[in-house]
Design a binder for this molecule. Sequence first.
Ligand code: ZN
Ligand code: ZN
Length: 232
Amino acid sequence: MDMPNLVKNLLFPEFCTACGKPGNTLCLDCRQKMDPINLQYCIICDRYSEKGATHKVCMTRFTPDKFLSVFAYNSTAKKIILRSKFGSKSFKLLDILIRSNANMETLKQLPEIDVVVPIPMVDKIFNRRLINHSEYISNKVGDILKKPSVEILGKRCFSKSQKRLKKDLRFQNIKGWIFLKNQQTEIKGKRVLLVDDVATTGATLLEASRVLKMNGAEKVYCYTLAKDLRYN
Ligand SMILES: [Zn+2]
Ligand SMILES: [Zn+2]
């Protein structure tokens, strides 16, 4: 450790966000516990699919063409992502995941895109979240791919919690909650990369894809930093 860093660490000691051990924002042990997803899955049937392409038999007019995820949403990933929603370490933690080799390899599996679109956050007056995760990730991924990130989607408040609903019910529940904020010219005929932090059932991504394709998007590829594999 060089001198300035040593002094900085004495004054402001760093602790691992996931396990609390002193040292780094994310210690080596926890970095190794992150589980990169090697096999990608079809967003509709949750079965294996090469490079996350939606199976031909699963494809309808409004379904996404592809779905890629970087890490399995295991307990370490969960801690990192949940903690990165609040506080000063937010960006630092997300940057660690975004700059990881696993992410770079995942992004290489993407076809050519025109624009990056984040999944919107619910507009609430008393929103305690400091940052919109998907917007931040979308901007960073846009920088890496050298494509613009546009916040074109909006989300209405949910009346019911999604957590206890089964997958197909969740999809019904979410219908109509995502809408296009701006002019549709921004996505007409475009190949869109839809970005979120975590995918659980994929219902939000499916609904966003429906809205984008209904408004003329040519292709929709979904991408999340983590994926809950319990549904696979
Ligand atoms: Zn740790
Ligand atoms: Zn399928």
